[in-house]
Design a binder for this molecule. Structure first.
Ligand code: FES
Length: 146
């Protein structure tokens, strides 16, 4: 997509002409001010065996909570998202790593405790909050979490 081009995502039709452009200077994303028209972001989970599952995840939920609810393989999330176990470790696939907020100091600390190999694209999925701009986000779970 060319920067500056207006992109109307799935289900966000041209219902009005007032919106916000996000993020400035990169991919232009039209957010209709009527939340009912906002797309439900799709997140793809790649299980340790390579099987991919795509879910629609409501904005505001974490990548971890939707995966647990759907019974995705390869995640344990023993602490329930309290940033205390590092068993929700995932690898964020390109190009999404740059679209995510940077990890907090606490998350970076916990990433030091992951059971599988820690990579540059390692994140804790309980800290990844889904929002409309992340439609298409893809994460892969490692072979082991503990
Ligand atoms: S669920 Fe425990 S750190 Fe993410």
């Amino acid at each position: 997509m060319i920067s500056g081009e207006i992109f109307y995502p799935r289900r966000a039709q041209k219902c009005c002409r007032v919106g916000a452009v996000w993020p400035p200077g990169t991919v232009t994303y039209w957010l209709c001010p009527h939340p009912v028209w906002w797309p439900v972001p799709r997140v793809t989970y790649i299980e340790p065996d390579g099987h991919a599952v795509t879910l629609e995840v409501k904005s505001g939920r974490t990548v971890m909570s939707a995966a647990m609810e759907a019974g995705i393989e390869g995640i344990e999330a023993q602490c329930g998202g309290n940033l205390a176990c590092a068993t929700c470790h995932c690898y964020v696939q390109e190009p999404w790593l740059d679209q995510l907020p940077l990890p907090s100091e606490d998350e970076l600390l916990m990433l030091g405790n992951v059971a599988a190999e820690r990579r540059d694209n390692s994140r804790l999925s309980c800290q990844l909050i889904v929002r409309p701009q992340l439609d298409g986000l893809t994460v892969q779970f490692p072979e082991r979490q503990s």
